[in-house]
Design a protein around this ligand. Structure first.
Ligand SMILES: [Zn+2]
Length: 179
């Protein structure tokens, strides 16, 4: 026989599990939207990285990488989305937002995320050579700064990785054809 405490513990564990599943579903739903943004970059021959910012269960901003086409080092997906979100909310603080991005943010974008006080960041694929959400550095979670983000990684990670891999494969093929 289970004791009252055991039964209660079990109930709490089940509730937590349910909540986790619900969160995962939400994360995947919005990561799919970030992937849609990444596809826009892909279609114009940019490295396919996409981002959406969600507030109150609504997408308030979108962005995709346009570094080459805009000839700007600032034209990363996250910066574009942050700018749009700030414009929409009329505030530089994005305190009740969640940012979804298909690839682990670089040092510039991770810095902007911390500056905007975004509480939660959801990442698709990790970027071992340049990522600043745990790979090279973890700028999102440095306790020396006045803001530390919650972080989820690996959400639709395979899909996000696959889009990158395909992009670079095609780029190599194009280069080979030229040569
Ligand atoms: Zn970046």
């Amino acid at each position: 026989m289970m004791s009252k405490e055991e039964r209660q513990e079990r109930r709490i564990a089940k509730q937590a599990e349910k909540l986790e599943k619900k969160n995962l579903k939400t994360y995947e739903k919005y990561m799919e939207q970030a992937l849609k943004e990444a596809k826009k970059a892909y279609d114009i021959n940019e490295v396919p990285i996409g981002c959406v910012i969600v507030q109150d269960d609504k997408i308030i901003a979108r962005g995709y990488n346009r570094r080459n086409i805009d000839k700007s080092v600032l034209a990363h997906a996250e910066i574009a989305a942050i700018q749009e979100a700030c414009k929409k909310t009329g505030d530089w603080r994005l305190e009740d937002c969640t940012l979804y991005v298909t690839l682990e943010p670089c040092q510039m974008c991770a810095g902007a995320i911390v500056q905007a006080r975004i509480p939660r960041v959801v990442v698709g694929a990790m970027n071992p050579k340049a990522g600043c959400a745990g790979s090279v550095l973890n700028i999102l979670q440095m306790h020396q700064f006045n803001h530390v983000c919650d972080l989820e990684t690996g959400i639709l990670g395979d899909e996000c990785t696959e889009m990158m891999t395909r992009f670079f494969e095609e780029l190599r093929e194009q280069k080979n054809q030229i040569m």
